[in-house]
Design a protein around this ligand. Structure first.
Ligand SMILES: *Cc1c(COP(=O)(O)O)cnc(C)c1O
Length: 419
């Protein structure tokens, strides 16, 4: 019975499923087993606070991110919400956010009681800095939640300059940008606050999980309290602002129960040491695939800025206007033809949301949404290939993915392609 179900769901080609998570390292399995055996799965349950795996993760991650404070929570969405609340964003206040991102990002702004103001994307999928400056002036926003979407990094010198000039506080959404750099500086070091994700489809796999880092004492204090520490439990946090500050904020700060579980931290922490090796492998895969796609007529990989330090955890390519009969319908056919050949990819500009791909047009919970023609144009035929799980990738995988792209192009668009 089981066998026949497996046979039915097997991909027609022997290509690895691109979205399959890598195996977890033995150290994660061992730490998780230890946590389960101890049954102390709540971070504040240990007799010795230093024994908490969440506490250990916070210390390790703060060092990695080169920030003073780190608070681990249950998702990056929660971390964004807490960042906005800890920065005391007023109710109803405008918060700038780049429109080429995922729905949890503007949703976190709504969750915090503020109002997302969407900023256009440029042709590379980066925040359009001209539109950003225009909207800094017109919206009067005092906050920018900048998503390094798919690990693509925009000109951070310019973002920091614009924020300074217009009195805007920067929060970096590094959910998909762990390890990415700008001019040698890690993403997450530019903003007043930065947040990271440990959701399975990101660079470190904790199932779910979020990490907030900052150097600001009061922001750290509020985040720790709001994340779900009570009373003396704040002393279980290894990176704790002065106790007088914690005490002075305690009674006026709500507790939103967004703690990270010990089990998550057990799985995540050992993966931090593997990050450099993983990024090196991802980048080899990215460059192989980018070169391969570069040889195919009718598709192209949008360039990246030269000061960006790459983390090739996903690759985007777009279908070119020169493809005969290119439309939403034929783009869907192209994706179907790829899937039939064993390569499942996502499409940012899809008219109907599917999985994580939804465009700003689907975020009708945002009031006063205006037209964003540049973002729409950029996303229209933009395809996303997940690479973050690289266990089974090698050069021949890249070649075969390119063969699948060529075959699907040829089938749907005919003679305009090289096949
Ligand atoms: C995944 C992702 C998020 C959401 O992270 P969660 O941990 O799932 O809440 C936010 N922003 C970006 C850019 C992401 O890729």
């Amino acid at each position: 019975m089981l066998r026949s179900v497996a046979a039915l769901t097997r991909l027609p080609s022997s290509l690895p499923s691109l979205g399959r998570p890598d195996n977890l390292p033995p150290a994660s399995l061992a730490a998780a087993a230890e946590a389960l055996t101890s049954a102390r799965l709540h971070r504040y349950q240990h007799d010795d606070p230093a024994a908490s795996r969440v506490a250990q993760l916070e210390v390790a991650f703060a060092a990695l991110a080169r920030r003073r404070y780190c608070c681990a929570v249950n998702s990056c969405g929660s971390a964004m919400f807490l960042a906005l609340r800890a920065l005391e964003v007023p109710q109803g206040a405008p918060v700038l956010v780049n429109a080429h991102t995922l729905t949890p990002v503007p949703s976190a702004i709504v969750h915090a009681g503020a109002r997302p103001v969407l900023v256009e994307a440029d042709a590379m999928g980066l925040a359009d800095l001209g539109d950003l400056e225009t909207k800094m002036k017109s919206s009067g926003a005092a906050f920018l939640l900048l998503s390094h979407m798919r690990g693509r990094v925009c000109d951070m010198d310019e973002v920091v300059r614009l924020c300074g000039e217009h009195g805007v506080l920067l929060i970096e959404d590094c959910a998909h940008a762990l390890g990415s750099t700008w001019a040698g500086r890690p993403c997450g070091e530019f903003g007043a606050v930065a947040v990271f994700s440990c959701q399975t489809n990101k660079l470190i796999n904790g199932g779910e999980g979020g990490l907030l880092v900052t150097d600001m004492e009061e922001v750290a204090a509020r985040t720790i309290l709001m994340s779900g520490s009570y009373g003396h439990w704040v002393t279980f946090h290894p990176l704790l602002p002065p106790r007088e500050l914690m005490d002075s904020l305690h009674d006026t700060t709500p507790n939103f129960s967004m703690r990270m579980s010990e089990l998550t931290a057990a799985v995540v922490t050992p993966q931090l040491a593997m990050l450099d090796a993983k990024v090196a492998k991802l980048n080899r895969v990215y460059r192989q695939l980018e070169a391969g796609i570069g040889e195919i007529d009718g598709v192209s990989v949008p360039p990246r800025l030269s000061k960006e330090g790459l983390v090739g955890s996903s690759l985007q390519f777009e279908l070119g206007a020169e493809l005969a009969g290119l439309s939403e319908a034929t783009c869907q056919e192209f994706l179907d033809e790829m899937q039939v050949r064993g390569v499942k990819v996502a499409w940012f500009g899809r008219g109907q949301w599917l999985g994580f791909t939804s465009t700003f047009r689907h975020w009708q919970y945002i009031e006063g949404g205006e037209a964003l023609p540049k973002t729409e144009q950029m996303q229209r035929f933009l395809i996303d290939v997940p690479l973050y799980h690289t266990l089974t990738w090698n050069r021949s995988t890249s070649d075969r993915v390119c063969d699948v792209i060529k075959a699907a192009l040829s089938k749907v668009f005919g003679s305009t392609t090289t096949q």
